[in-house]
Design a protein around this ligand. Structure first.
Ligand SMILES: *Cc1c(COP(=O)(O)O)cnc(C)c1O
Length: 414
């Protein structure tokens, strides 16, 4: 933005250079206002007033860094962006109105007609629709490849490949992709690697340290963490985020409201302890489910039986994450579905909703909800069967959760 004159730049929080994630999560942002508030202020204002016309002109011309208009600059939103960037270990961050608008912003900022994208076939359903459907209408072609087969990503590279897009672990199978290996594929092709870090959050996984170039977030999930607001963000180098995405946001306007930014900002303060506690519950459930006679298979990266267990432990700070999926016993699709519904309907604590990242544990039947728009053949190719149930562990007591699932599992018909 501005030149080297510090009086023409926004002030920074004065922190030692080597402070760690837990400290950044509660301290990074902007210095307090002249009133010295300890909790970050919520600036509910659409525009900002300038001392005189010349200063206004300098600010509109980006010669002086200052707040101008909340479509692209607001102090509460800036605090959230700086805090998330610090936690992800990136130079910059731009917040947006939802996770999907963050992905749209990234694509609009980096791609043009004729460009090619390689994307995991296991990413969030709306991401597949956006890349494979909407962006295809604008001449951007996407190849969808296996989540775990690096050779398939390599084989999909074309001279026009500009972006590789990954999400790990995947939903609901928790398949883990090798971020460092995909970064190598991208960089050898002269492309960028973007990672949707929604499932792990920076508390468990910092993709940039593994070679990824850009991070996208649905702040709606763990960053807020209590299921209150929609939010999104893109984190990455300043030359992309500040030079390409901020001007695009100014024109396109999928801006995050200051109120929603404030909710996420305060959510980030407890992110690491929530992720640890919720992941611990998910692993506890996974181990218990694996030993239950009515359960056929359990998917959680923290289990030694998980196909990418070692990679997940190395990549995710030794933690499997808070999502666990399992298949209930039952011969044939019809009985399997009836049994899965019985387990879900027998719960009295879990919330029956496809959302995740909440302190309230959620339970869902992927085949008929999040993946209900796929054909049965597409679902089976993706490994999502009628007997599958996904649980996103919240902060409910682990023994209460086991009892909640046991109610249905212990009363299944064979
Ligand atoms: C929910 C989700 C999104 C979309 O986020 P919204 O905030 O709902 O737009 C993107 N990626 C993943 C992995 C998600 O779980």
């Amino acid at each position: 933005m501005a030149g080297t004159d510090d009086t023409k730049r926004l002030p920074r929080v004065d922190l030692p250079a080597d402070v760690r994630l837990d400290t950044l999560a509660v301290r990074e942002g902007l210095p307090p206002s002249q009133y010295g508030e300890n909790s970050e202020a919520l600036y509910l204002t659409s525009s900002f007033v300038h001392p005189d016309a010349a200063t206004a002109a300098a600010r509109f011309a980006n010669e002086e860094e200052a707040f101008v208009y909340s479509r692209f600059s607001n102090p509460t939103v800036t605090m959230m962006e700086r805090r998330l960037a610090a936690m992800e270990g990136t130079e910059a961050c731009i917040a947006s109105s939802s996770g999907m608008s963050a992905i749209l912003l990234l694509c609009l900022g980096l791609l043009k007609a004729g460009d090619h994208v390689i994307c995991s076939q296991s990413v969030f359903g709306s991401t597949i629709k956006l890349l494979g459907g909407e962006l295809a209408r604008f001449g951007v072609e996407t190849s969808f490849v296996s989540q775990t087969d690096v050779a398939a990503w390599q084989a999909a590279v074309r001279p026009t490949t500009r972006l590789l897009f990954a999400e790990t672990p995947s939903n609901p199978l928790t398949e883990v992709c090798d971020i460092a290996a995909l970064a190598d594929v991208a960089h050898r092709a002269g492309a960028l690697l973007a990672v949707d870090n929604c499932f792990c959050s920076p508390a468990l996984q910092q993709p940039v340290k593994l070679g990824a170039d850009l991070i996208v977030h649905s702040g709606t999930k763990y960053l807020d963490g209590q299921g209150r607001v929609l939010a999104g963000a893109v984190c990455g180098p300043a030359h992309i985020v500040n030079d390409k995405l901020v001007p695009l946001m100014r024109s396109a306007g999928m801006s995050l409201s200051p109120f929603n930014a404030w909710v996420v900002l305060k959510g980030l303060e407890t992110l690491a302890i929530r992720m640890a506690a919720q992941s611990e519950r998910a692993l506890g459930l996974a181990r218990w489910l694996e030993a239950h006679p009515a359960v056929q298979r359990v998917f959680h990266p923290g289990l030694p039986s998980h196909p990418q267990h070692a990679l997940a432990m190395a990549q995710q700070n030794g933690c499997g994450g808070a999502v666990v999926s399992f298949i209930v016993k039952g011969e044939g699709a019809e009985l399997a579905r009836r049994n899965a519904f019985h387990v879900i309907d027998s719960t009295r604590i879990c919330s029956i909703t496809a959302n995740l990242g909440d302190t309230k544990t959620t339970i869902t039947h992927p085949a008929s909800t999040s993946h209900g728009r796929l054909t049965e053949a597409q679902r089976l190719a993706a490994g999502i069967t009628q007997g599958m149930i996904r649980v996103a562990a919240g902060l409910d007591d682990l023994d209460d959760l086991k009892a909640d699932l046991a109610r249905g599992l212990d009363t299944l018909t064979a």
